[in-house]
Write a protein that binds this ligand. Structure first.
Ligand SMILES: Nc1ncnc2c1ncn2[C@@H]1O[C@H](COP(=O)(O)OP(=O)(O)O)[C@@H](O)[C@H]1O
Ligand SMILES: [Mg+2]
Length: 288
């Protein structure tokens, strides 16, 4: 599927200069999260501390149950932290901030089935009170950018899983967020579609200059996409390492994945996660 170049470059350039490069867009400061109910408490996140600078593409990789979704929900202001703070654009997060867009794994549940593709993409822009003509332009551009220029009037249930996830990405991009947060967005699509969507994320990131925080359990995906990869331990979760991925910006599925640098990063990250499983696995049985 080809994607059409769009004229969002100007907006991207504006965003690139909007923040001081030396000040992080996002600061996760010693965040802790324990789920408490009457019967039990689950310490999902012990202590996470990191920053994301404007324009970065940062991946977070960690085993299933490590608390990745928990972390993203805390960052997005959808869940209160038990300790520490999340600071977005200089302000403490306590409710969903205006400048964030989140793409979740479950595309089937994230789109409204009774609305067309176009209506799904345009809805948050109406809520954001973007003027009508601007809404139409942003929607056209975003749908073209994800290769769905011909599917405006389709309903989500008429589309494949991969196409539905493209709609969710278009909706996030049209919103012009300062940070795009993605929670294992491609875990439920087939391998071929997944590779295409990975390339789409890199392409949009490079073209729009948007800051991206991408969470996955897939080590290869994290190395392929990221400029940095934060490795999470298993629960209770801490950051094992912050790895700079020194692969060229021009990446492609065949060459990048057979690059010895790629293989070395993959082996290193895999080793760290295995080490953590052996050494610091929680002594009580996992709840999931
Ligand atoms: N609402 C909840 N109440 C209690 N425990 C929860 C809740 N949501 C998640 N957990 C637990 O927190 C841990 C981290 O979950 P999650 O953030 O979904 O991990 P991941 O996204 O990395 O797979 C898991 O042990 C999970 O069972
Ligand atoms: Mg999750």
């Amino acid at each position: 599927m080809t994607t059409t170049p769009v004229s969002i470059d100007a907006a991207g350039d504006r965003d690139r200069t909007k923040f001081n490069r030396d000040r992080p867009v996002l600061a996760v400061e010693h965040v802790q999260k324990t789920y408490r109910s009457r019967e039990r408490s689950v310490e999902a996140i012990r202590d996470l501390h990191f920053t994301v600078q404007a324009g970065e593409l940062v991946c977070i990789v960690g085993p299933s149950g490590a608390g990745k979704t928990t972390l993203l929900r805390c960052i997005a202001g959808l869940l209160p932290v038990s300790g520490g703070t999340v600071v977005f654009e200089g302000e403490k997060v306590s409710a969903p901030p205006a400048g964030m867009a989140v793409v979740f794994q479950e595309y089937a549940r994230s789109l409204f089935p009774w609305m067309t593709v176009r209506q799904n993409v345009i809805l948050p822009l109406k809520e954001k009170k973007v003027p009508r003509a601007e809404r139409a332009r942003l929607t056209d551009e975003a749908l073209a950018a994800v290769g769905l220029a011909d599917s405006h009037d389709a309903y989500p249930w008429q589309l494949s899983g991969g196409m539905q996830q493209r709609v969710a990405i278009a909706r996030a991009v049209a919103y012009e967020p300062d940070i795009l947060i993605m929670d294992e967005p491609f875990a439920a699509v087939d391998a071929q579609t997944r590779a295409e969507l990975e390339d789409l994320v890199r392409e949009l990131w490079r073209r729009l200059g948007v800051t991206v925080l991408f969470v996955t359990h897939d080590i290869d995906e994290a190395v392929y996409l990221g400029q940095r990869v934060l490795i999470l331990s298993n629960r209770p979760t801490v950051i094992l390492e912050d790895v700079a991925i020194d692969l060229p910006d021009d990446r492609n599925q065949l060459e990048t994945r057979s690059d010895p640098v790629f293989a070395a990063h993959r082996a290193h990250i895999y080793g760290r996660i295995q080490e953590a499983k052996r050494g610091t696995a929680p002594s009580r049985p996992s709840s999931d």
